[in-house]
Design a protein around this ligand. Structure first.
Ligand SMILES: *Cc1c(COP(=O)(O)O)cnc(C)c1O
Length: 407
């Protein structure tokens, strides 16, 4: 076997489809969000980042940084173990209590990332509930799909946010089988928001649990930043909330929140929870400070929403094909992987604007897009620069304008 050739061929295949990934090498500037230095092959360049999931700039909030510095000085770098073997620091305990309070649940459980939280929790639910059927939205994140697949039990995939389809699947399943509906609130590639109340009503009707990924909503929606379930007044109807500390909270880590017995069972059964070194105290301290701070600063969320609305309006006025989004995400359709990469490359090289192209398999083929995430720190002037640059490139690269988005 010529292994080297096999690896080369695999890469070549991806490259020929225009899906080869190149990571931008960045030095983010603390105190000057969203600006960064791009370490390009030709040297260093000052750029504006337009695709960060640090949605509120919490990664640079002095309150968060101070908590992290203090934790390092007081406790050192790593946690020194798994949660079971000396790696449960007092910051972990405090953060779990804080997250449970945020979501108005009895308990919460930390994981090293949101990906791990989804994979570990969903896969182990099959062990805890023999015969479980998981009903999964077709656009669920890769980490939920991984958990459901790795669990090895039964799964049913319903059309995205299609409650009629979901109900038909629930109805067809054995009445006495344990069931769980796994879905997200904000779908981060399209920027749409699912029908939480409708999904909860179906779960009640058919005796199913609800598992909601609020990764792109925690910190951002609801009066205390608990997510869309808080905004919609339905936190009670969600059995398991899953979130991240790495996006709006600006640090790193993932978690679930739910009632005591459920969280306790997942704590004991989830392999990805127990067999790994726990988060460093500095991260848990920073996340704790961030969650607490955002609970009390609803005005930041309002500015964030206003910024997103303004960008959508400016782009629409320029005839750019903004995809219908009811959230803070601003996706602009390109519809071709090569074009998408080209526009993104030119934005960076000619305009010092960084937005990563989003291609298959992250989104379906033919819906390749640029995905902008304006934050409270993206000013009108920065937006104007962006829209002017996009307008030029849309003409230069002959990309479809408004009306081109038929789906
Ligand atoms: C990013 C993401 C995750 C994973 O969260 P991390 O903390 O980044 O690992 C889970 N679900 C969704 C929907 C995501 O977009």
């Amino acid at each position: 076997m010529d292994y080297k050739a096999a690896f080369k061929a695999a890469v070549g295949q991806v490259r020929s489809e225009g899906r080869y990934r190149v990571f931008a090498d960045l030095k983010r500037h603390c105190g000057d969000f969203p600006r960064a230095t791009w370490v390009s092959p030709q040297g260093e360049r000052e750029i504006v980042v337009w695709c960060s999931n640090d949605y509120l700039g919490q990664g640079q909030n002095p309150v968060v940084l101070e908590a992290m510095h203090e934790a390092i000085d007081a406790h050192g770098s790593g946690s020194g173990g798994t949660r079971n073997i000396s790696g449960t620091t007092h910051h972990h305990v405090e953060l779990e209590l804080e997250l449970a309070d945020l979501h108005q649940k009895e308990a919460a459980l930390l994981f090293t990332s949101g990906y791990v939280a989804n994979e570990a929790a969903l896969s182990c639910l099959y062990k805890i509930l023999p015969g479980l059927i998981i009903f999964s939205d077709e656009l669920n994140h890769a980490s939920m799909i991984a958990g459901i697949r790795n669990g090895g039990g039964q799964r049913q995939v319903f059309r995205h946010n299609d409650l009629d389809h979901l109900e038909s699947l629930l109805k067809a399943a054995p009445v006495d089988a344990p069931k769980l509906i796994a879905f997200e609130s904000v779908y981060s590639m399209d920027g749409d928001i699912s029908d939480l109340a409708g999904t909860i009503a179906l779960a009640k009707k058919y005796g199913a649990l609800t598992y909601l990924d609020e990764v792109h909503a925690v910190g951002l929606y609801g009066v205390r930043g608990a997510g869309v379930a808080e905004r919609d007044g339905v936190m009670d109807g969600i059995d398991i909330i899953e979130g991240t500390l790495g996006k709006a909270f600006g640090v790193m880590g993932g978690y679930i929140a739910g009632d005591t017995d459920m969280v306790d069972a997942i704590r004991l059964f989830a392999s990805g929870f127990i067999f790994t070194t726990s988060l460093p105290p500095a991260l848990t301290a920073g996340a704790l400070a961030s969650v607490r701070w955002l609970k009390e600063h609803d005005e930041v969320r309002q500015i964030h929403q206003e910024r997103a609305e303004t960008l959508k309006r400016m782009m629409t006025e320029a005839g750019l094909p903004v995809m219908p989004s009811v959230s803070h995400i601003v996706p602009v359709l390109v519809g071709d992987p090569h074009h998408c990469k080209l526009v993104s490359d030119l934005l960076l090289s000619d305009h010092n604007i960084y937005v990563q192209p989003i291609n298959y398999p992250t989104v379906p083929r033919g819906t390749e897009r640029l995905r902008f995430t304006p934050t409270p720190y993206h000013t009108d002037a920065l937006m104007k620069d962006l829209v002017t640059a996009l307008d030029k490139l849309w003409s230069r690269c002959n990309v479809q304008r408004m009306g081109g988005y038929a789906a």
